[in-house]
Design a protein around this ligand. Structure first.
Ligand code: ZN
Length: 239
């Protein structure tokens, strides 16, 4: 293996691990008032200020033997797990020569799915990120008309539902998300995606028997979209 590839893998792994600790913190603190702390800075157990060496992804967990250095309590395994998974994922992206399309979208989709399941809302920042990613990664012009039609149809559904049932049947965040995805997939793949994700949501509602509650739809949309992208990438890579 050439030396330059080893360097690339190394930096990809570091990037993935750092991104993971950032995303875990974003998820844990989503919706909290503490908007200023963008990175983990205090101990989960005793609240003591952490040092830089306590925040080195993967390594600090290993060298501290899974315990906080201040109060010696067990650190959540989620840190090590997500850091390792994203580090490995970014190495795989470099191996496939696909760091900046695949590497940027998949973590964003997973974060969106987790936040939507927990709070039933899609952060506007993530929606904008996905839209920009679509614009950067596809020749979207040919899908513009179809995406516009889908968005218009969903908006009509949204207003109609709001007017007659006085509740939002579908979030505006979901509509923006589906608009971006339709721009990326085009006809007929976007229709397959909408059908599959809506069916998965219906199955979930039936399986959980929680018919009266609000359910997140965005999470099912992005998970299906992620599966579409991965299938496309690996199929293209193998074939
Ligand atoms: Zn502590």
């Amino acid at each position: 293996m050439p030396e330059s590839m080893i360097v690339s893998y190394f930096f990809a792994a570091v990037f993935g691990a750092v991104l993971a600790s950032f995303l875990v913190h974003e998820y844990d603190n989503y919706g909290s008032d503490n908007k200023t702390a963008k990175l983990r800075s205090v101990c989960d157990h005793c609240g003591q200020q952490l040092n830089a060496h306590n925040l080195v992804p993967i390594l600090s967990y290993i060298f501290q033997l899974g315990k906080s250095s201040c109060c010696k309590k067990r650190l959540s395994f989620k840190y090590l797990f997500t850091e390792l998974v994203l580090a490995a994922f970014f190495v795989l992206c470099v191996y496939m020569g696909n760091l900046f399309s695949l590497g940027l979208i998949i973590p964003a989709l997973i974060l969106l799915a987790l936040i939507d399941e927990k709070y039933q809302e899609i952060p506007i920042g993530l929606n904008i990120f996905i839209f920009i990613w679509v614009i950067a990664n596809t020749s979207f012009i040919e899908n513009l008309l179809f995406a516009g039609a889908v968005a218009l149809f969903l908006l009509t559904l949204y207003w109609g539902y709001l007017k007659y049932r006085k509740v939002e049947g579908l979030g505006l965040g979901d509509i923006i998300l589906l608009g971006s995805i339709t721009l990326y997939l085009g006809f007929p793949n976007a229709l397959y995606l909408i059908t599959i994700s809506a069916s998965l949501l219906v199955l979930k509602i039936i399986a959980s028997r929680r018919y009266q509650e609000r359910h997140a739809f965005g999470s099912w949309i992005v998970l299906t979209f992620g599966a579409f992208i991965l299938f496309q990438e690996f199929y293209g890579f193998a074939g």
